[in-house]
Design a protein around this ligand. Structure first.
Ligand code: PGA
Length: 268
Protein backbone atom coordinates (compact mmCIF):
# COMPACT_ATOMS: atom_id res chain seq x y z
CA UNK A 1 0.00 0.00 0.00
CA UNK A 2 1.01 3.60 -0.25
CA UNK A 3 3.71 4.81 2.10
CA UNK A 4 2.41 7.07 4.80
CA UNK A 5 2.16 10.58 3.48
CA UNK A 6 1.31 9.41 -0.04
CA UNK A 7 -2.43 9.61 -0.64
CA UNK A 8 -3.12 7.09 -3.34
CA UNK A 9 -5.94 5.09 -1.84
CA UNK A 10 -6.68 1.45 -2.59
CA UNK A 11 -8.78 0.06 -5.45
CA UNK A 12 -10.16 -3.48 -5.44
CA UNK A 13 -11.85 -4.52 -8.70
CA UNK A 14 -13.86 -7.66 -9.33
CA UNK A 15 -13.58 -8.83 -12.96
CA UNK A 16 -16.40 -11.28 -13.59
CA UNK A 17 -15.16 -12.06 -17.14
CA UNK A 18 -17.67 -14.01 -19.29
CA UNK A 19 -19.61 -15.39 -16.36
CA UNK A 20 -23.11 -14.93 -14.91
CA UNK A 21 -26.45 -14.26 -16.52
CA UNK A 22 -28.47 -11.23 -15.47
CA UNK A 23 -30.30 -12.70 -12.47
CA UNK A 24 -27.10 -14.17 -11.04
CA UNK A 25 -25.28 -10.88 -11.66
CA UNK A 26 -27.94 -8.93 -9.81
CA UNK A 27 -27.76 -11.36 -6.92
CA UNK A 28 -23.95 -11.32 -6.71
CA UNK A 29 -23.78 -7.51 -6.84
CA UNK A 30 -26.37 -7.21 -4.08
CA UNK A 31 -24.52 -9.81 -2.00
CA UNK A 32 -21.23 -7.94 -2.43
CA UNK A 33 -22.86 -4.71 -1.25
CA UNK A 34 -24.32 -6.52 1.78
CA UNK A 35 -21.02 -8.25 2.60
CA UNK A 36 -19.08 -4.97 2.37
CA UNK A 37 -21.64 -3.19 4.54
CA UNK A 38 -21.39 -5.96 7.15
CA UNK A 39 -17.59 -5.73 7.19
CA UNK A 40 -17.79 -1.95 7.43
CA UNK A 41 -20.01 -2.08 10.47
CA UNK A 42 -17.71 -4.67 12.07
CA UNK A 43 -14.68 -2.52 11.28
CA UNK A 44 -16.50 0.57 12.57
CA UNK A 45 -15.55 2.55 9.49
CA UNK A 46 -17.51 5.47 8.16
CA UNK A 47 -18.10 4.20 4.64
CA UNK A 48 -16.41 4.55 1.30
CA UNK A 49 -13.96 7.38 1.11
CA UNK A 50 -13.57 9.53 -1.99
CA UNK A 51 -11.06 8.34 -4.60
CA UNK A 52 -7.50 8.84 -3.53
CA UNK A 53 -8.33 8.83 0.13
CA UNK A 54 -9.55 5.36 1.04
CA UNK A 55 -10.67 1.98 -0.20
CA UNK A 56 -12.70 1.90 -3.40
CA UNK A 57 -14.40 -1.21 -4.78
CA UNK A 58 -15.42 -1.73 -8.42
CA UNK A 59 -17.40 -4.51 -10.11
CA UNK A 60 -16.95 -5.37 -13.79
CA UNK A 61 -19.86 -7.53 -14.96
CA UNK A 62 -20.35 -8.66 -18.56
CA UNK A 63 -21.92 -6.00 -20.83
CA UNK A 64 -25.32 -7.69 -20.74
CA UNK A 65 -25.57 -7.31 -16.96
CA UNK A 66 -24.30 -3.74 -16.63
CA UNK A 67 -27.76 -2.30 -16.04
CA UNK A 68 -28.81 -4.80 -13.38
CA UNK A 69 -25.52 -4.41 -11.52
CA UNK A 70 -25.83 -0.62 -11.76
CA UNK A 71 -29.23 -0.82 -10.06
CA UNK A 72 -28.01 -3.29 -7.43
CA UNK A 73 -25.04 -1.15 -6.33
CA UNK A 74 -26.79 2.24 -6.52
CA UNK A 75 -26.02 4.33 -3.44
CA UNK A 76 -23.43 1.87 -2.11
CA UNK A 77 -20.30 3.70 -3.30
CA UNK A 78 -19.21 0.66 -5.34
CA UNK A 79 -18.03 1.71 -8.80
CA UNK A 80 -19.56 0.22 -11.96
CA UNK A 81 -16.88 -1.05 -14.35
CA UNK A 82 -16.74 -2.56 -17.85
CA UNK A 83 -14.29 -5.22 -19.00
CA UNK A 84 -13.45 -3.71 -22.40
CA UNK A 85 -14.37 -0.98 -24.87
CA UNK A 86 -14.12 -0.32 -28.60
CA UNK A 87 -11.01 1.37 -30.01
CA UNK A 88 -13.19 3.43 -32.36
CA UNK A 89 -15.50 6.29 -31.36
CA UNK A 90 -18.60 5.20 -33.29
CA UNK A 91 -19.82 3.93 -36.61
CA UNK A 92 -19.63 0.73 -38.62
CA UNK A 93 -18.02 -1.58 -36.04
CA UNK A 94 -20.39 -4.49 -35.68
CA UNK A 95 -20.43 -6.00 -32.24
CA UNK A 96 -18.36 -3.26 -30.58
CA UNK A 97 -19.41 -1.10 -27.63
CA UNK A 98 -18.14 2.49 -27.50
CA UNK A 99 -16.89 4.42 -24.49
CA UNK A 100 -19.79 6.87 -24.90
CA UNK A 101 -22.24 3.94 -24.78
CA UNK A 102 -20.62 2.68 -21.59
CA UNK A 103 -20.81 6.13 -20.01
CA UNK A 104 -24.46 6.35 -21.10
CA UNK A 105 -25.14 3.02 -19.37
CA UNK A 106 -23.70 4.34 -16.11
CA UNK A 107 -20.23 2.81 -16.29
CA UNK A 108 -17.59 4.72 -14.31
CA UNK A 109 -14.43 2.69 -14.93
CA UNK A 110 -13.21 0.63 -17.90
CA UNK A 111 -10.61 -2.15 -17.87
CA UNK A 112 -8.42 -1.98 -20.99
CA UNK A 113 -5.72 -4.30 -22.30
CA UNK A 114 -6.51 -7.35 -20.20
CA UNK A 115 -4.20 -10.20 -21.20
CA UNK A 116 -7.18 -12.28 -22.32
CA UNK A 117 -7.75 -9.56 -24.93
CA UNK A 118 -4.08 -8.95 -25.78
CA UNK A 119 -3.35 -12.65 -26.21
CA UNK A 120 -6.80 -14.07 -26.98
CA UNK A 121 -8.04 -11.31 -29.29
CA UNK A 122 -4.78 -9.98 -30.73
CA UNK A 123 -4.85 -6.55 -29.10
CA UNK A 124 -1.59 -4.70 -29.72
CA UNK A 125 -0.12 -1.83 -27.70
CA UNK A 126 -1.49 0.53 -30.40
CA UNK A 127 -5.04 -0.80 -30.03
CA UNK A 128 -4.77 -0.64 -26.25
CA UNK A 129 -3.64 3.00 -26.50
CA UNK A 130 -6.62 3.85 -28.73
CA UNK A 131 -8.97 2.25 -26.22
CA UNK A 132 -7.41 4.12 -23.30
CA UNK A 133 -7.82 7.37 -25.22
CA UNK A 134 -11.49 6.64 -25.95
CA UNK A 135 -12.17 6.00 -22.26
CA UNK A 136 -10.43 9.20 -21.22
CA UNK A 137 -12.36 11.22 -23.82
CA UNK A 138 -15.58 9.82 -22.36
CA UNK A 139 -14.52 11.10 -18.93
CA UNK A 140 -14.32 7.65 -17.33
CA UNK A 141 -11.67 6.06 -15.14
CA UNK A 142 -9.42 3.61 -16.95
CA UNK A 143 -7.49 0.61 -15.65
CA UNK A 144 -4.65 -0.33 -18.00
CA UNK A 145 -3.64 -3.99 -17.66
CA UNK A 146 -0.06 -5.03 -18.33
CA UNK A 147 1.89 -8.20 -17.70
CA UNK A 148 4.40 -10.64 -19.14
CA UNK A 149 3.79 -14.22 -20.28
CA UNK A 150 5.51 -17.16 -18.61
CA UNK A 151 7.83 -17.52 -21.61
CA UNK A 152 8.80 -13.85 -21.42
CA UNK A 153 9.52 -14.19 -17.70
CA UNK A 154 11.58 -17.36 -18.25
CA UNK A 155 13.58 -15.50 -20.91
CA UNK A 156 14.39 -12.74 -18.40
CA UNK A 157 12.29 -10.23 -20.33
CA UNK A 158 9.49 -9.58 -17.83
CA UNK A 159 10.52 -6.04 -16.89
CA UNK A 160 11.27 -5.04 -20.46
CA UNK A 161 7.86 -6.26 -21.71
CA UNK A 162 5.93 -4.57 -18.92
CA UNK A 163 7.88 -1.31 -19.33
CA UNK A 164 7.06 -1.37 -23.05
CA UNK A 165 3.34 -1.92 -22.41
CA UNK A 166 3.25 0.87 -19.82
CA UNK A 167 5.37 3.26 -21.89
CA UNK A 168 3.18 2.78 -24.98
CA UNK A 169 0.32 4.40 -23.07
CA UNK A 170 1.80 6.76 -20.50
CA UNK A 171 4.08 8.47 -23.02
CA UNK A 172 0.98 9.37 -25.10
CA UNK A 173 -1.56 10.30 -22.44
CA UNK A 174 -1.56 13.34 -20.16
CA UNK A 175 -1.76 11.72 -16.74
CA UNK A 176 -2.55 15.04 -15.07
CA UNK A 177 -5.87 15.07 -16.94
CA UNK A 178 -6.60 11.35 -17.03
CA UNK A 179 -7.83 9.13 -14.22
CA UNK A 180 -5.69 6.12 -15.02
CA UNK A 181 -4.70 3.16 -12.89
CA UNK A 182 -2.40 0.33 -13.91
CA UNK A 183 -3.01 -3.34 -13.12
CA UNK A 184 0.04 -5.60 -13.19
CA UNK A 185 -1.21 -9.06 -14.10
CA UNK A 186 1.50 -11.59 -14.93
CA UNK A 187 -0.17 -13.80 -17.55
CA UNK A 188 1.22 -16.98 -15.99
CA UNK A 189 -0.62 -16.15 -12.75
CA UNK A 190 -4.09 -15.51 -14.19
CA UNK A 191 -6.59 -18.25 -13.45
CA UNK A 192 -3.78 -20.71 -12.80
CA UNK A 193 -3.63 -20.74 -9.02
CA UNK A 194 0.00 -19.56 -9.31
CA UNK A 195 0.40 -16.14 -7.72
CA UNK A 196 3.42 -13.92 -8.05
CA UNK A 197 5.17 -13.73 -4.69
CA UNK A 198 4.59 -10.49 -2.81
CA UNK A 199 8.27 -9.72 -3.54
CA UNK A 200 7.79 -10.31 -7.31
CA UNK A 201 4.81 -7.97 -7.23
CA UNK A 202 6.64 -5.32 -5.18
CA UNK A 203 9.60 -5.34 -7.55
CA UNK A 204 7.50 -5.05 -10.71
CA UNK A 205 5.23 -2.38 -9.23
CA UNK A 206 8.28 -0.29 -8.34
CA UNK A 207 9.54 -0.73 -11.90
CA UNK A 208 6.16 0.36 -13.30
CA UNK A 209 6.15 3.44 -11.08
CA UNK A 210 9.67 4.30 -12.24
CA UNK A 211 8.60 3.93 -15.88
CA UNK A 212 5.67 6.27 -15.29
CA UNK A 213 7.92 8.75 -13.48
CA UNK A 214 10.33 8.80 -16.43
CA UNK A 215 7.48 9.42 -18.91
CA UNK A 216 5.14 11.64 -16.94
CA UNK A 217 7.02 12.97 -13.92
CA UNK A 218 7.35 11.99 -10.29
CA UNK A 219 4.13 13.57 -9.14
CA UNK A 220 1.99 11.60 -11.59
CA UNK A 221 3.89 8.44 -10.67
CA UNK A 222 3.37 8.91 -6.95
CA UNK A 223 -0.36 9.49 -7.43
CA UNK A 224 -0.79 6.37 -9.58
CA UNK A 225 -2.72 3.40 -8.21
CA UNK A 226 -1.05 0.13 -9.27
CA UNK A 227 -3.15 -2.99 -8.73
CA UNK A 228 -1.89 -6.57 -8.72
CA UNK A 229 -3.92 -9.31 -10.40
CA UNK A 230 -3.49 -13.04 -10.95
CA UNK A 231 -4.96 -15.73 -8.68
CA UNK A 232 -5.69 -13.29 -5.85
CA UNK A 233 -7.53 -15.16 -3.10
CA UNK A 234 -8.59 -14.41 0.47
CA UNK A 235 -5.44 -16.14 1.76
CA UNK A 236 -2.90 -14.15 -0.27
CA UNK A 237 -4.56 -10.74 -0.62
CA UNK A 238 -3.28 -9.19 2.60
CA UNK A 239 0.36 -10.15 1.93
CA UNK A 240 0.18 -8.64 -1.56
CA UNK A 241 -1.47 -5.43 -0.33
CA UNK A 242 1.11 -5.08 2.42
CA UNK A 243 3.81 -4.47 -0.20
CA UNK A 244 4.96 -0.98 -0.89
CA UNK A 245 3.70 0.10 -4.32
CA UNK A 246 0.83 -2.45 -4.34
CA UNK A 247 -2.22 -0.20 -4.17
CA UNK A 248 -5.01 -2.57 -5.00
CA UNK A 249 -6.10 -5.84 -6.53
CA UNK A 250 -7.79 -6.96 -9.74
CA UNK A 251 -9.62 -10.14 -8.83
CA UNK A 252 -11.06 -12.68 -11.28
CA UNK A 253 -12.15 -16.08 -9.96
CA UNK A 254 -12.39 -15.01 -6.32
CA UNK A 255 -14.75 -12.15 -7.26
CA UNK A 256 -17.49 -14.59 -8.31
CA UNK A 257 -18.47 -15.25 -4.71
CA UNK A 258 -19.45 -12.37 -2.47
CA UNK A 259 -17.85 -13.78 0.66
CA UNK A 260 -14.42 -14.40 -0.90
CA UNK A 261 -14.48 -11.06 -2.74
CA UNK A 262 -15.44 -9.09 0.36
CA UNK A 263 -12.64 -10.83 2.26
CA UNK A 264 -9.96 -9.52 -0.11
CA UNK A 265 -11.17 -5.96 0.46
CA UNK A 266 -9.12 -4.46 3.30
CA UNK A 267 -10.91 -2.80 6.21
CA UNK A 268 -11.15 0.94 6.04
P1 PGA B 1 -7.85 -14.55 -11.59
O1 PGA B 1 -8.04 -13.45 -12.76
O2 PGA B 1 -7.99 -13.83 -10.29
O3 PGA B 1 -8.93 -15.55 -11.82
O4 PGA B 1 -6.47 -15.12 -11.77
C1 PGA B 1 -7.52 -12.16 -12.62
C2 PGA B 1 -7.81 -11.35 -13.85
O5 PGA B 1 -7.65 -11.89 -14.96
O6 PGA B 1 -8.21 -10.17 -13.78
Amino acid sequence: MAESGVRRGVLITGNWKMNLLRAASRELAASVVRALAARRSVAGGSGFAPPGAGVQVALAPPFTAIDVVRDAIRGSGVLLAAQDVAAAREGAHTGEVSAAMLADAGVELVIVGHSERRHGQGETDAIVLDKVQRVIEAGLLVTLCVGETGAERDAGRAEEVVARQVGAVVSRVDLRRASLQIAYEPVWAIGTGRTATPEDARRMHARIRATVAAAAGGEAAQALIIQYGGSVKPDNAAALLAQEDVDGLLVGGASLQAASFATVVPSW
